[in-house]
Design a protein around this ligand. Sequence first.
Ligand code: BGC
Length: 639
Amino acid sequence: MYTNKMKFTRARISIFLFIIVAIVSVLGIVISIDLFDPRPQKSNPKENALYLDMTQPIDARVADLLSYMTLEEKIGQMALVERNSLIEEKDISKYNLGALLSGAGSKPEENTGEGWAKMITSYKSEAKQSRLGIPLLYGVDAIHGHAHVPGATVFPHSIGLGATNDPELVKNVAKATAKEIAVTGANWSFSPNLDQPKDIRWGRVYEAFSDDSALVSKLGTAYIEGLQTPLEEKTKTFILATPKHYIGLGSMVWDTSLNKNFRIDQGVTKLSETLLRSDYLPPFREAVDAEALSVMVGLNTWGDTEMIRQEYLITDVLKNELKFKGFVVSDWYGVYEGRSNIFVATISAINAGVDMVMLPFDYVTFTRNMKWANRLGLIADERINEAVGRILYAKFAAGLFDEDGSVLLHLNNISDSHRELARQAVAQSLVLLKNDDALLPIKQNVRHIRVAGSSADNVGRQMGAWSIEWQGIDGNGVVGATSILNGIQEAVSPSTKVEYDRLGNFPEEGRKAEIGIAIVGEKPYAEGWGDNEYPTLEVEDLQAIKNLQATCDKVVLIVVSGRPLFIEPELDSVSALVVAWLPGSEGSGVADVLFGRQQFTGTLPLPWPVRPEQLPITSSGEASDGSNLLFKRGFGLNK
Ligand code: BGC
């Protein structure tokens, strides 16, 4: 007869035995995963392996290379590692890493074009040391030129390019950007941005061309064609483009962000599938038709599921319906964002169709989790083969297997023509919103001009974020760049007196200057750090405008900002208003138009609201409460 005590002891023994059996089984799996790969591996490829033969079709080269690869080699290709998290450079070949990136602001110790080239070339040769020598992708956020590199040409942010409505210009900007990327040894850019911002309170408005699907499609396609143009006649190598962010970015609802620091960035896109398809899918369809080789999935949520886990949108729509042949890459920490169990998070994202995972912090755990998930049958061999096949396809198509590895040119040798192009882009991006008594263009021989405002002599503010640093910089001292004030000083006749004071503190007594130019705007910001409930002018700038009004006959207001600002009261008080967006390194482009060397041709790429209650803008470009906007999309004087 059992006593209760005996029963308890037996139960304890059973639990103990169960735990031992469980531990032994798990250990068995671990050992079999880590020490014994039961699958037969092919021997090393011969020197004349089919995949090395440039004359073979890409699909055949991919299939051949895949047939040599071990599970570890395949998983390595699926990793995109932020360079700061590399434990040692040898890990590139040890883990067979498929790609590295410089997250914004992540730079070599010697932060020059040459320093970048040395660093990336060294990473690329480490990848070549791996058994199969698969070339490395190196990705950068060259979203308005390769702007993190000192000395690079900084083009207007996309919203300014949207105002030009000129696909040929955008194509040339992308071509120039591609050359400057190649100079540093990188071969992949996380651009163009195909978001469509409907709410100007979002901190990423300026990264987009427009809120209008047709304009985004037109310019996005031009950008991809330009970026992916072969760099040289003799090889077919080109820089890979990455249309982003798939899909629905710009229609997140205010105050739905999953990130507690943000208000709308990383928020919830509340759109029906019909609207998602009619508004947001066309630019991606055209990007696929333009043969973009990678697409980045956004950090937003659709319905109650993060975009990164939307199998229907990623696999069924993008890959199967649109017939996208390249690979899908995740954004930053997106696969794991908000998830406590990163093993499960990896499985759901990969099974939804993500082919390459961006890993800002830890690639070792990723590779281990992938191996486990595969051996436990949670991620099928077929899914891994499909993902790696897509990545290899992109590498073959961009000519990476066939390039000779030499870095093209020295940055200084090409930058002059690129700066001319950027200056032209700035001129075309300006939008004239008010011009009483035809004050503009200003005559070059005007007697006296006074200039004020926080963005007048501040290259950092005019470049905006994603320049030198992720959040941008405040101030001058950027190699080769010209401020708007510099441009004005160069443009006027020798007899014109140009006075500058940031705050506009000029003497009120005596004769007034004929013209005051207030160059005002926003401090740089990136992503959710720029979410702003009421984007408007700073107190300091408002005062500068007042000071100019007291000391000049007429005032021209130039707004340097990444989005429309709430400025209705100031609009009434000035004679002319120009929007310059975030023009980049070539401030002279602004002066070219102010002084009539070029015409105003830019038009608003998105509607300009009066107040927050009008947001979000509807898909037809109207205020959501039906009231009148300050200016409609497409408005611009002197067209
Ligand atoms: C952004 C992407 C960018 C990536 C890599 C993310 O935070 O959302 O647009 O490409 O970082 O820097």
